[in-house]
Design a protein around this ligand. Structure first.
Ligand code: NAP
Ligand code: HSE
Length: 431
């Protein structure tokens, strides 16, 4: 026999919220059976209450989010986005005794600590599976399944919009602006798409992943972030010619001494035979490397209303079951207190594309600049002659700091007319 109904309030009825409402209403019988109590949607807060929302009964729509939260529902789902008023509403919901489910990576990465503390004080749950990698079950494995292991590295594609854009540029030679508009129409992009293309959305997700993986407080400001706005069709073509594809990657890794963590987001060239190279469109994929478990890959739809709603419904069932049984979900785990180190200490390989003078001794001068900074060259390819002479260098592993110093030195050489492109290379085996 079912327990008394559990009430659910929804803050936001947009791309994600509308799908959460639809699934809650369409699958009510299954959800009741899985939870052991009916889930009753009591209201959906939006900005414009006059606009009809397909699939959401008109009597549930309100533009008074504060009053909806004050009803003290069992569970509040926040899918409005942004820092405020989302943070204040979540804190008010928790003080009113509601468990909270949010997809708001921007807020979690900026001020997750405040949300965790409020949840702890109020004795309620805070779940946020949908905040990273859409539908993919990734945060629960990190928070629960891998809680007994020691994570070494998390690396992946965590932004659907930019992966959609880069895939279309690579496969169809599509124009950047056209593909961004398509991603927006498909509901992948953030309300302000500069968060996607500027790498900020991926950086927020990287902070959330790093905090869970390394049991250390990591915020958005700790993440070194570079987006795809500077990636040109010429870069995409050059990568293809060399057997690579460009992806926007989020990387969080333990430092070699085990006492620190480096978290970074940037475009990188990935070999075409690497599993990440075949992650197309708005799909996401994340590799997790743990000491005992070894390597795991999580793959699936990383953006869009229905996939994101799936992750939210999973959290909703977990929080509702806790209400029925009297249990609690996991709280904050930042006991390890690793030091967040700067990207200058991160080690990767690099691709450097140079426009050079075509005369004897040029190659030697360029090689010397790499050697002076302790950067070992893996491959050099020379193209063209005379005014069209170009040189592409790929390096072995080097620190970001050493590579930056090398580039500064190259820019000072008479032999180098222009540094056309510098990009990190990830996913190649060896040193
Ligand atoms: P969206 O389509 O812009 O929807 C936002 C909703 O919140 C709208 O219904 C809007 O009302 C409402 N809203 C915004 N500010 C409000 C306020 N001050 N008071 C009341 N209602 C307010 O955004 P979305 O794509 O669904 O994303 C929502 C959240 O999910 C964001 O945190 C986003 O980062 C996250 N997320 C999105 C995706 C995705 O693929 N879209 C995936 C994972 C996570 P109106 O409709 O009246 O404007
Ligand atoms: N704008 C985000 C993306 C939504 O494109 O990945 C999913 O978090």
């Amino acid at each position: 026999m079912s327990a008394a109904p559990l009430t659910v309030a929804l803050l936001g009825g947009g791309t994600v919220g509308a799908q959460v409402a639809r699934l809650l209403l369409e699958q009510s019988a299954d959800l009741e059976a899985r939870v052991g109590a009916p889930l009753q949607l009591v209201g959906v807060a939006v900005r414009d209450a006059a606009r009809a929302r397909e699939g959401i009964p008109a009597q549930l729509i309100t533009d008074d989010a504060v009053a909806l939260v004050a009803r003290g529902s069992d569970i509040v789902v926040e899918v409005m986005g942004g820092i405020e008023p989302a943070r204040t509403l979540i804190l008010q919901a928790m003080s009113a005794g509601s468990s909270v489910i949010t997809a708001n990576k921007a807020l979690l990465a900026a001020d997750g600590g405040t949300l965790y503390r409020a949840a702890e004080e109020a004795g309620v749950d805070l779940y946020f599976e949908a905040s990273v990698a859409g539908a993919i079950p990734l945060l629960r494995p990190l928070r629960e399944s891998l809680a007994g292991d020691r994570v070494l590295k998390v690396l992946g594609i965590v932004n659907g919009t930019t992966n959609f854009i880069l895939s279309k540029m690579d496969e169809e030679g599509a124009d950047y602006a056209d593909v961004l508009a398509q991603a927006q129409a498909l509901g992948y992009a953030e309300a302000d798409p500069t968060a996607d293309v500027g790498g900020l959305d991926a950086a927020a997700k990287a902070a959330i992943l790093a905090e869970l993986a390394f049991h250390t407080r990591v915020t958005f400001d700790d993440v070194s972030c570079e987006g795809i706005t500077e990636v040109t069709s010429a870069d995409v073509d050059a990568a293809r010619d060399m057997g690579f594809v460009i992806k926007l990657l989020a990387v969080a890794e333990r430092t070699e001494d085990g006492a620190g963590v480096i978290v970074r987001v940037h475009p990188a060239m990935v070999p075409r035979d690497h599993p990440l190279a075949s992650v197309r469109d708005a799909f996401n994929a994340v590799f997790v490397e743990a000491e005992a478990a070894g390597e795991m890959m999580f793959y699936g739809r990383g953006a869009g209303g229905a996939p994101t709603a799936s992750a939210i419904l999973g959290d909703l069932v977990a929080a509702a079951r806790n209400r029925v049984s009297g249990g609690r979900g996991p709280g904050e785990s930042t006991y390890a207190e690793l030091t967040v180190r700067p990207i200058t200490e991160a080690k990767t390989r690099y691709y450097v594309n140079l426009d050079v003078a075509d005369r004897p001794g040029v190659l030697a001068a360029i090689a010397q600049a790499f050697a002076d900074n302790g950067v070992s060259i893996q491959v050099v390819r020379q193209d063209g002659h005379g005014a069209d002479a170009g040189l592409v260098v790929r390096t072995h592993l080097a620190t970001d700091g050493a590579l930056s110093r090398t580039i500064e030195e190259l820019r000072r050489l008479d032999a180098v007319k222009e540094v056309l492109g510098v990009m990190r290379v990830e996913g190649e085996a060896g040193a």
